[in-house]
Design a protein around this ligand. Structure first.
Ligand SMILES: [Zn+2]
Length: 136
């Protein structure tokens, strides 16, 4: 189900808790909500729809990649950039890493380890920050 976008910074600034297979519906809602906002948004974290769980979705071309409990296990090549966020207005400066390696549970709750770079890596870092209660 498409959910409304949460812009309450009090909720957004709380660290999210570990997701379990009981949260599969939240993951599905997150994918549908991202797809409904794809003109303006390339990634989303569960607290953006008001659920305080470590779940993110990232749009990679036609694919909405759902990740439960994502963790960055290595990162390299830092750079400065500016980002916007559907839950905030305007853009803000931040430091990101060109290359990251992420461990996560996929949509079937199977453990995965994957490397990302460039724009996709940037989106993932932004959404993992959301899971940690960090808003850009
Ligand atoms: Zn955001």
């Amino acid at each position: 189900m498409i959910q409304p976008i949460n812009k309450d910074t009090l909720i957004l600034s709380k660290k999210s808790t570990t997701a379990t297979p009981n949260d599969a519906q939240v993951g599905q809602d997150l994918v549908e909500t991202l797809q409904a906002n794809k003109e303006v948004c390339v990634g989303m974290a569960a607290n953006m729809i008001g659920v305080n769980k470590q779940i993110i979705v990232v749009q990679i071309g036609m694919i909405s990649l759902l990740m439960y409990n994502p963790t960055i296990i290595s990162k390299s090549q830092p750079y400065s950039t500016e980002e916007g966020c559907l839950s905030l207005s305007g853009e803000r400066k931040t430091t990101r890493f060109e290359k990251i390696e992420v461990s996560y549970l996929d949509s079937n709750f199977q453990p995965q380890k994957q490397s990302f770079q460039g724009f996709v890596a940037q989106i993932i870092q932004h959404e993992i920050d959301h899971c940690n209660g960090i808003i850009i």
